[in-house]
Write a protein that binds this ligand. Structure first.
Ligand SMILES: NC(=O)c1ccc[n+]([C@@H]2O[C@H](COP(=O)([O-])OP(=O)(O)OC[C@H]3O[C@@H](n4cnc5c(N)ncnc54)[C@H](OP(=O)(O)O)[C@@H]3O)[C@@H](O)[C@H]2O)c1
Length: 274
């Protein structure tokens, strides 16, 4: 039995992961923003499990959730950073960040940083749900967040690129026994792009999503990672290594995002000696 923290468990891939990993006998610790939706999951789960309410659009809530986990668990085997948001129009978080940047990237970094000590106790694994949607993204050092010219797909593509840049930078820079990897789950039939959009954009996402696999089918790659049968690759999809773009592999971009993010969050990591 492994102890597995999963964010964004109230719908889609995260929900399917929570239910499957719980069924397979793991101690799942689900994190999501909606108290009602979390309560609706409770009767579907067998003990042991934990459900934690946290709005990941606020760094203080991410930290509070992580501290609760640390207080109640002496170790964690796997952290799955899965939650994401795709608003149709520009939304600025309380901390002044573009909302996709806040939830899809900053919350991932904060949760990983916070849980590092208890992940290290079990040679843990960090899995972040990225996407092949990172492929069109360019890295612009002078415009990391789309606070001026917002585009839903532009911001989504970039934050999924940041998931990969962070994953790769983490493995290269942090002095730890933890391995970090990113997953492209495939096109999955969820309402990720429909719930916070309107009009044609909403119609398009929902049309596209219907062509995707079920959330349940998307869980197998994660299960392989949890079981240790897909080891040592930092980007995987469909149960095998996946290819990231040159932009995602660019060490200068990784380093730039690393510094920019740590500055925004005011965090420091234990780094490997040069
Ligand atoms: N669907 C695809 O085709 C696809 C493809 C590639 C990658 N992905 C990635 O897969 C991951 C899961 O997405 P999904 O498709 O399963 O979408 P989803 O059904 O919308 O799931 C997203 C989850 O994140 C939660 N969430 C959003 N904002 C949050 C916040 N501020 N605080 C806490 N939780 C929050 C949502 O909560 P609510 O239930 O309250 O909304 C939901 O539980 C994402 O990282 C996405 O980028 C999806």
């Amino acid at each position: 039995m492994k102890k597995i923290v999963i964010t964004g468990v109230t719908s889609g891939i995260g929900r399917a992961l929570l239910l499957r990993l719980n069924q397979e006998g793991h101690h799942v610790i689900g994190v999501a923003r909606s108290k009602e939706k979390l309560e609706a999951l409770r009767p579907l789960l067998k003990t042991p499990f934990d459900l934690i309410q946290a709005d990941l659009s606020q760094t203080k809530e991410v930290i509070k959730a992580a501290q609760k986990i640390q207080k109640e668990h002496d170790h964690i085997d796997v952290l799955i950073n899965n939650a994401a948001t795709v608003p149709g129009t520009l939304v600025v978080s309380e901390e002044g960040h573009e909302m996709q940047f806040q939830v899809n990237h900053l919350a991932v970094v904060t949760m990983t940083h916070q849980l590092l000590p208890i992940l290290e106790k079990s040679n843990g694994l960090v899995i972040t749900t990225s996407s092949d949607a990172h492929k069109p993204a360019k890295y612009r050092k002078n415009r990391i967040q789309r606070l001026k010219k917002y585009s839903l797909m532009g911001a989504y593509s970039e934050t999924k690129l940041y998931n990969l840049l962070f994953t790769k930078a983490f493995n290269r820079i942090v002095d730890t026994n933890i391995f970090s990897c990113a997953v492209h789950p495939g096109l999955v039939n969820t309402d990720l792009g429909g719930k916070d959009t309107k009009g044609m954009m909403q119609k398009f996402w929902r049309f596209l999503a219907k062509r995707g696999i079920t959330p349940e089918a998307s869980t197998q790659t994660y299960v392989d990672l949890v079981e240790g049968t897909l080891n040592g690759h930092d980007y995987v999809s469909d149960r095998k290594p996946n290819k990231a773009t040159k932009t995602a592999k660019n060490v200068a971009f990784q380093d730039h995002l690393w510094s920019y993010t740590n500055e925004q969050l005011n965090i420091k990591w234990k780094t490997k000696k040069a």
